[in-house]
Design a protein around this ligand. Structure first.
Ligand SMILES: Cc1cc2nc3c(=O)[nH]c(=O)nc-3n(C[C@H](O)[C@H](O)[C@H](O)COP(=O)(O)O)c2cc1C
Length: 395
């Protein structure tokens, strides 16, 4: 428990040292050490007059994190903080533990990939199709949604040797639509939907039909995939195309139960949507390693892509705060700053003319430029090392 607290404390210290304020680099860490080890007078005073324990329904935002950070650093705050529920651990004062808890909550509540345009949907009763879906999610970095039946399928329900089992009865009646537990509210933000299922009696399970009829696919690219004992995917593909209007239904793929990640990758690489995606990637070369990044949907990201199409640029990024590398771009880009809690791999525009690559989290106002693909925080931190780095960007 003690170890966890110390770890949380050090994460908090790392997190709020800069809040992106590069100009204050030299003094920030000294101030923070003092704050983290003993609560400042201001915080102690506020505990009696300001502090309200966190109510369960309060939704913390990036602004709250900045407020509390500024408060703990003794800086003026944008808002009056009287009555704010910042005593999350209910110990009668505002301190770095509250900041840790607040940051965790904001990160938890943040849409994991708001710019993601691909969704992997899967129904799997015995895990075979789920495994394929997991490989796909890993390959594509897509969002995922696993369909669960409101009334779960028991082993007896899928015992297809029994003519009267639930699955057989459902497959015998094309009009049956088993209810889905916790359906997605919307799929509007996605352009591409991978749709996975097992073959039941040569077709897609009826619950897949429930899913398809619940949303509008008329502007989506849909790519079916399935697992089966031996039957092909053809009949289910035809059923799907006849059931709802689909913008662009790509040829699907049937996998045997034991298919591996390489099989899934080999198929994924043949899909016509890959080429388009790769063309859209920002390339980042650092310390002889080539990374790719998916551009954000921002004016600045589009401007960056245009600039890099003309010629690659090399930028020196300085280490800052134990969570980011930041450096000046040769040109300013359009700022559309918003309060953001960053994640490792995020690429942000800072103050309109600096690029920041995060290998850890911070909260501040940035304009999104993109996100580095398929790399963990640990791998990124190791690649970047402790000092300044030089990166070459191309598109
Ligand atoms: C009710 C039922 C019907 C099935 N019908 C077929 C079939 O027609 N052809 C086939 O090759 N496999 C059939 N199977 C086998 C499944 O397609 C196969 O085990 C699949 O990998 C299960 O996927 P899951 O683990 O994702 O649920 C059937 C399985 C069940 C439970």
């Amino acid at each position: 428990m003690k170890k966890i607290c110390l770890l949380l404390m050090s994460i908090a210290v790392m997190g709020f040292t800069s809040c992106g304020a590069v100009a204050e680099n030299s003094t920030a860490s000294a101030e923070v050490t003092a704050v983290s080890l003993s609560a400042p007078n201001q915080a102690a005073a506020s505990a009696s007059e300001n502090t309200e324990a966190a109510p369960s329904r309060y939704t913390y935002t990036a602004e709250d994190i900045c407020n509390l950070q500024d408060f703990l650093l003794g800086k003026p705050t944008e808002e009056v903080l009287t009555g704010k529920p910042y005593d999350l651990d209910r110990d009668g004062r505002w301190d770095t533990f509250d900041l840790c808890l607040m940051r965790s909550e904001v990160i938890r509540n943040t849409d994991p990939a708001p710019d993601n345009d691909t969704l992997v949907v899967c129904f799997s009763r015995t895990g075979n199709t789920e495994k394929i879906a997991d490989y796909l999610i890993e390959l594509t970095n897509a969002d995922s949604y696993f369909i669960e039946a409101a009334v779960p399928y028991t082993d007896a329900d899928i015992k297809y040797q029994d003519n009267n089992c639930r699955a057989n009865k459902e497959q015998n009646d094309k009009t049956v639509r088993p209810e889905i537990a916790d359906p997605l509210n919307s799929i509007d933000s996605y352009d591409t939907v991978f749709l996975g299922y097992p073959i039941w009696w040569g077709e897609e399970p009826r619950i897949i039909d429930t899913f398809l009829e619940s949303y509008d696919f008329s502007d989506k690219t849909v790519i079916p995939f399935c697992t089966s004992g031996s039957s092909g995917i053809g009949t289910s593909e035809k059923n799907i195309s006849e059931l709802v209007t689909i913008g662009n239904q790509l040829e699907g793929r049937r996998f045997p139960a034991g298919a591996g990640k390489d099989d899934v990758k080999a198929w994924y690489d043949t899909l016509p949507l890959n080429k388009g995606n790769e063309d859209m990637k920002l390339k980042i070369s650092v310390n002889d390693t080539d990374l790719t990044a998916t551009l954000a949907d921002s004016t600045a990201a589009k401007e960056l892509a245009e600039k890099l199409k003309a010629e690659p640029v090399t930028v020196t990024l300085n280490e800052y705060g134990g969570f980011e590398k930041v450096g000046k771009l040769p040109w300013p880009l359009t700022r559309t700053d918003e309060s953001i809690v960053t994640e490792a791999g995020d690429i942000m525009l800072y103050q309109g003319d600096q690029m920041t690559i995060f290998y850890n989290s911070n909260s501040w106002s940035y304009t999104k430029l993109g996100h580095i693909d398929n790399i963990t925080a640990e791998e990124l931190a190791e690649l970047f090392g402790e000092g300044n780095i030089t990166v070459t960007l191309s598109y």
